[in-house]
Ligand binder design. Structure first.
Ligand code: DX5
Ligand code: ZN
Length: 228
């Protein structure tokens, strides 16, 4: 646990796509600081969502931290576009590109924070050498592509191992967990070492957002020892 307090990043995938501007305003008013954008290309994952023009348009109306999760094939083709759209952090999948270090360096060169996402079955070793230069590693706790899936239990172990790798290397990388996060497992996931939880269906399905956020923050901090 390196980030105190932990962060909740609501996934817009479960929000009202007809009113994205209103949704972003509502998140900000509810006190949230991050928002998670799930970009899907119908190739890397079987679903399609939105791309840089939508993000750019909404960047102009929002002060939230734009946490952009790219589920697209060969993301190196679109780094310029997502930086230009106003992403604060761009997260690419290790499985989506051959030259991962090159993509990470390019994201940083363009002045953006960078994360690497790992599908549930992808071993942690693929990020081992990159940890010192990464702001975040995203542990997928479902197979990417859809909201509302059930948490895959073995990813608990993966969170713990990643936390150990990070502290062993004295790195400052934050751990994000995405998929199947609920009010019920949020505290446990933070206890295992997660710093940032993404929540889609279990967040947007339970308005008002201020109350839901408060409940999440309470669940996320309940098991932390004071000062940890
Ligand atoms: C899945 C996405 C997630 C998704 C999470 O491919 O990366 O961010 O929105 O949805 P829930 O929280 O409903 O599992
Ligand atoms: Zn996501």
């Amino acid at each position: 646990m390196t980030h105190t307090p932990p962060i909740l990043s609501p996934s817009l995938l479960s929000s009202d796509f007809g009113n994205l501007q209103r949704e972003l305003e509502a998140l900000e008013q509810a006190g949230l600081s991050w928002v998670h954008w799930d970009v899907m290309d119908g190739l890397f994952v079987p679903n399609i969502t939105f791309g840089p023009p939508v993000i750019k348009r909404l960047r102009a109306t929002s002060n939230l931290f734009f946490d952009v999760h790219l589920m697209i094939d060969r993301p190196e083709r679109y780094i310029d576009a997502f930086v230009d759209a106003g992403s604060d952090l761009i997260c690419v999948h290790a499985e989506s590109t051959i030259h991962l270090e090159r993509v990470v360096s390019e994201i940083h060169r363009q002045g953006c924070q960078c994360g690497i996402a790992l599908n549930p079955a992808t071993p942690l070793e693929v990020v081992s050498y990159l940890l010192p230069q990464l702001e975040m590693v995203l542990i997928m706790s479902v197979n990417p592509g859809f909201g509302g899936q059930s948490f895959i239990p073995f990813t608990r172990d993966k969170i713990q191992h990643l936390a150990a790798m990070i502290s062993e290397q004295k790195a400052h990388t934050l751990i994000q967990v995405d998929g199947g996060v609920t009010l019920e497992n949020a505290g446990e996931l933070i206890g295992l070492g997660a710093d940032i939880l993404v929540s889609g269906s279990a967040f947007f399905g339970y308005p008002p957002y201020a109350k839901r956020y408060q409940d999440y923050m309470q669940a996320m901090t309940a098991r932390l020892a004071p000062g940890s």
